[in-house]
Design a binder for this molecule. Sequence first.
Ligand SMILES: [Zn+2]
Ligand SMILES: [Zn+2]
Length: 134
Amino acid sequence: MAANSRPRATKQRRFVFEAIKKAHRHPTADWVFDQVRIDMPKISLGTVYRNLNVLKNEGQLREILGTDRRARYEARMDPHGHFICLVCSEVRDVEDVPAIEWEPLRDLVGCEVMEQRVEFRGLCPACRRKEQQA
Ligand SMILES: [Zn+2]
Ligand SMILES: [Zn+2]
């Protein structure tokens, strides 16, 4: 039975991954679910979440928590920062964020640093415009 379900699981994972790769923004699981459902009408949101987690643990996806506490995903793994809007939770990529030297951190916090994440928060242009009109 496991042997039978494996090709389907692989296909589901590939569709989830492809949906994220073609997304212009940092999509939520709901968005991915809607995309994948077009080709795989029987897939469940739970399966989408499970595949997102597997891909994340494999290091193929990165998860970004929005200010609304919902997870966003991206397949872009090169170093870059994120801007997250405090009002609408839109996530934007920020380029050319200088990388800091990790080695001294090991002594400072006694931990092995594996990733640098830079996050900025504020108002996106659309929300700032709304704020100014109010
Ligand atoms: Zn906004
Ligand atoms: Zn990004």
